[in-house]
Design a protein around this ligand. Sequence first.
Ligand SMILES: [Zn+2]
Length: 117
Amino acid sequence: MPGKNFLEESLKVIATCPVCQQKYNQQTIKVVEKQSDSYVFHITCDKCNSAVLAYAVQTPMGLTTIGLLTDLQLSEVKRFLRQAMISENDVLQAYQVITAKGEDFASLLMNQNNFNK
Ligand SMILES: [Zn+2]
């Protein structure tokens, strides 16, 4: 479990804009997604206006952060994250399909090229 100051520590690491090195205004740092051991931030630089999507995760080795320049707005990021969310039911359903099909599962996958059309 992350410490209480996990969020604070993350923000210390993600403190400056990678484009112009401007120190981030705390007001522009938004938590998009919060898990027990990880955060996703959306940060907009108020100097050069570039946006960064940052992922911070607590590992046994310490805090790790990954930052990506993005042209997505905060609302768009939220929408994408919602779409990508996998529920327990999805996992269960996939598990049931795989176990029910057994060895046929691989060939089933190969025959599913038109699945989304
Ligand atoms: Zn900047």
